[in-house]
Design a protein around this ligand. Sequence first.
Ligand SMILES: Cc1cc2nc3c(=O)[nH]c(=O)nc-3n(C[C@H](O)[C@H](O)[C@H](O)COP(=O)(O)O)c2cc1C
Length: 334
Amino acid sequence: MPGMPSLTIGRITVPYPIIQGGMAIKISTAKLAAAVATEGGIGIIAGTAMSSAELREEIASARKMIKGPGALGVNILFAVSDFAELVKTAMSAGIDLFTSGAGVSRDMYTWGRQYGVEVVPIVSSARLAKMAERLGAAAVVVEGVEAGGHLGTDRSVNEILPEVLQAVKIPVIAAGGIITGRDIFHFLKKGAQGVQMATRFAASVECNAAQPFKQYYLDAKKEDSVFIQSSVGLPGRALLSPLSRKIISGEKIPVENCSGCLKKCTGTFCIRRALEAARLGDIEKGLIFAGARVGEISDILSVSDIFRKLVLEFNDEEQRCQDQAYYNWRLNEM
Ligand SMILES: Cc1cc2nc3c(=O)[nH]c(=O)nc-3n(C[C@H](O)[C@H](O)[C@H](O)COP(=O)(O)O)c2cc1C
């Protein structure tokens, strides 16, 4: 593998095997997704909590901003009430790829075929990966417990990845706790065709989150990464903060003027407002989703600098791993 290989998912080929994970609520918008696609990766707009008109506008604006060979996708959480409407809006607006997690939708494969969009579900087990392949997935993202946001497993991506690779023939993308080009090298070496990274891209200039959100990432230490029970009905990985402390301790957080945004909500707190507050920089009321390795991020970089760094680190690791003894030592260390 001399240098980072390209990534092919169905009809799409991009120069770099890197997908920027979708981040609701309006954390990954056109600006971030377009910057990633311009560098040669796959940029994902998170459509969750956007209106159809907003989502259409974001896609059109990303298309105008993309100046490079990458691809554009949209992510929508299966758990939201307007899932069907938003997926059809995104697909009819001319995206290359659609990703979704937190539940199984059979319809999205039918719509993908109708609109000519590659469908890539986010799964956390070989069983779900196999089912997705049967339904028509072009690839699967395998997300482990290291990932930020809602989680479908308590197992590491390092454990699940080999099982999924055994179970399916479609490309497998590894996700959760991937921060450096070194990590990318080792996941590809293990058989993944690409990686999905979100936390690294949240700490970028082009990310739509307010400065206090990004600063909270920079200040975070390893032990600040905690699990909360989300009102979506799934666990989630977030940063220790006034709100996550309350959620963990089981304190009741009143929900006012519920908009009914989820198909099913436990009602313990409003996940939509909590994520929105975080994005706007309200650390007191916000829920700050972040992956397990956020503590290793020490700078807010432009997307082009992130790509440059990832490629350098990848090439460096590839060079070092020509020495089998070094490679074996690194595998043990990971
Ligand atoms: C702030 C934040 C918001 C996220 N929102 C979503 C989302 O709306 N939909 C989704 O499928 N995944 C979401 N994720 C998960 C990411 O897309 C990605 O798969 C995961 O975070 C990868 O792990 P990493 O952050 O350690 O790179 C979110 C992650 C973060 C950090």
